[in-house]
Design a binder for this molecule. Structure first.
Ligand code: ADE
Length: 231
């Protein structure tokens, strides 16, 4: 098994890079990929840069060039659901692209012909996350995570995303990674820790909490990798 571990920003993979052995840095398509061993299993770690285009490129590269057979994403998100507080973890059940809009032709938001509004994540990986959370005695929420090429910092846009997609959290890469993995039939998992509430204070909170929340997500993800290494 070769596991792709992806984030969007350096902060999101930094806690993981520290734990790897035999790291080999490979440059491909203007990005850095870290081929390495973790507990004797093969991993490839990278951050894509922010947004749907860069994350699509990195996810496709992880699967097609580096031949990974499972993809795990870790990072931060803005909370939409009021129950989610800074530092809380959320596992995506399914992900829509909230900024995909050809509604003028009578289609729902997030839909293009031959696509689907939501892409579902792998059930076995979600079950593994629940097991890890139980063992750690922590609460982990499952829900819809909406993705778009916008940093959301307004009640109005957040409200639209909540009403249209019933999203619990939002970010800028998950749904595009989901489209790639689904198309290539590779099981994938999207984990986020809350850095802000996508409201007026979002940019301020994001800057303050991006590092600590990214660490919470990365550390949880590596606990899952520990388990995957044993199967
Ligand atoms: N990732 C973390 N917070 C975010 C926000 N408010 N909007 C988009 N992506 C985010």
């Amino acid at each position: 098994m070769k596991i792709a571990i992806m984030g969007a920003m350096p902060e999101e993979i930094a806690p993981i890079l520290e734990r790897l052995d035999d790291v080999q840095e490979v440059n491909y398509a203007k990005n850095k990929y870290y081929k390495a061993k973790y507990n004797n299993i093969d991993v490839v770690v990278a951050y894509s840069k922010i947004g749907k285009v860069f994350s699509t490129l990195t996810a496709a590269t992880m699967l097609q060039i580096f031949a990974c057979d499972v993809l795990l994403f870790t990072g931060v998100a803005g909370a939409v659901n009021d129950e989610l507080k800074i530092g809380d973890l959320i596992v995506a059940t399914k992900l829509p692209q909230h900024d995909l809009d050809i509604t003028i032709f009578g289609h729902p938001y997030g839909y293009v012909p031959e696509g689907s509004v939501f892409v579902e994540t792998d059930q076995d990986l979600r079950a593994l996350a629940k097991l890890v959370a139980k063992e750690m005695d922590i609460d982990i929420k499952e829900g819809i995570i909406a993705t778009g090429d916008q940093f959301i910092a307004s009640q109005e846009r957040k409200g639209f995303i909540a009403d249209t997609f019933h999203a619990d959290a939002l970010e800028m890469e998950g749904a595009s990674v989901a489209v790639v993995c689904d198309a290539l039939d590779v099981p994938f998992f999207i984990l986020r820790s809350i850095s802000d509430s996508a409201d007026m204070d979002a940019s301020f909170n994001f800057e303050e909490f991006v590092e600590s929340s990214a660490k919470i997500s990365a550390e949880f993800l590596m606990k899952m990798v520990d388990k995957l290494a044993k199967v």
